[in-house]
Design a protein around this ligand. Structure first.
Ligand SMILES: Nc1ncnc2c1ncn2[C@@H]1O[C@H](COP(=O)(O)OP(=O)(O)OP(=O)(O)O)[C@@H](O)[C@H]1O
Ligand SMILES: [Mg+2]
Length: 242
């Protein structure tokens, strides 16, 4: 059971943002997707989740070809993503914000509320249900974003920099939540993240993109030891480190 992107290329006018990318995300694993700014990470998630059509290439989930489907249709096949930068609906309560994820999947109000309450417990936001979402801290907004995605019952969850802007204790909570959902729900998580200590400690495998190409895919141990990653990543000799 896997989510597979095959031979994905993406041109924006003269910019080749993705070149012939293959990616496989299996159920029950956390796959890190790392690379310098502009490497193509978000573009790849946009292509996989259906928000952008690739110039060439295909996307399949459990052997179903999703390539021509809308984002919502892909979510019915279990492909759910979050966006870089928290997105909240400011006129809604926390609970209503999270219910949106389940309602988008076609749940009725009762089931959507149940799913939303469960998701809020998972991310540690229980007790905030009736609060206006605007009263959450930034870290809580990010957690709400994750809860909304969970309420959509993903098989494959694509997280675009979920820890960005979080402090250390919020990041620690996020790490535990991601590990718990992968274990308890047996879903696959694609984790785009610049926080290397988070990536290296939580991921089963890591795929490294540089300038739209896959530099390597391997265990955190292998990726950290790879001298090409060290020299290419961020263009510094330091490379990804904890
Ligand atoms: N809609 C667009 N139109 C034109 N160029 C784009 C568009 N979206 C992305 N790009 C370009 O494609 C490349 C990849 O961008 P992308 O946002 O996927 O990188 P990223 O790895 O997510 O970077 P970051 O770590 O900063 O989030 C960049 O050169 C970017 O400028
Ligand atoms: Mg990005």
């Amino acid at each position: 059971m896997s989510l597979i992107a095959s031979k994905v290329s993406m041109n924006f006018a003269a910019i080749l943002a993705l070149k012939d990318i293959d990616l496989a995300l299996h159920k029950g694993e956390i796959l890190g997707l790392i690379g310098p700014n502009g490497a193509g990470k978000t573009t790849l998630v946009n292509v996989i989740s259906g928000f952008q059509r690739p110039s060439t290439g295909s996307v399949r989930a459990n052997n179903v070809d999703l390539s021509s489907l809308s984002p919502r249709a892909r979510s019915y096949h279990g492909v759910v993503r979050t966006f870089q930068g928290a997105r909240i609906f400011s006129s809604m309560t926390v609970l209503q914000n999270v219910m949106v994820g389940a309602l988008g999947q076609g749940s009725n109000l009762t089931h959507a509320e149940e799913a939303a309450r469960r998701a809020l417990i998972r991310v540690g936001l229980n007790g905030t249900e009736t609060m206006p979402a605007t009263q959450l801290t930034y870290g809580q907004e990010r957690a709400l974003d994750l809860a909304r995605a969970l309420a959509a019952r993903p098989n494959y969850l694509l997280l675009d920099e979920p820890a960005a802007g979080m402090n250390e204790s919020e990041t620690t909570v996020l790490k535990r939540v991601v590990q718990d959902i992968v274990r308890d729900l047996e879903i696959g998580v694609l984790l785009i993240e610049h926080d290397m200590s988070l990536v290296m400690s939580v991921c089963d495998r890591v795929q490294v993109l540089v300038k739209g190409e896959t530099l390597t895919v391997g265990t955190p141990f292998d990726v950290r030891r790879n001298s090409d990653v060290m020299s290419a990543y961020l263009g510094t000799v330091a490379g990804p480190s904890e």
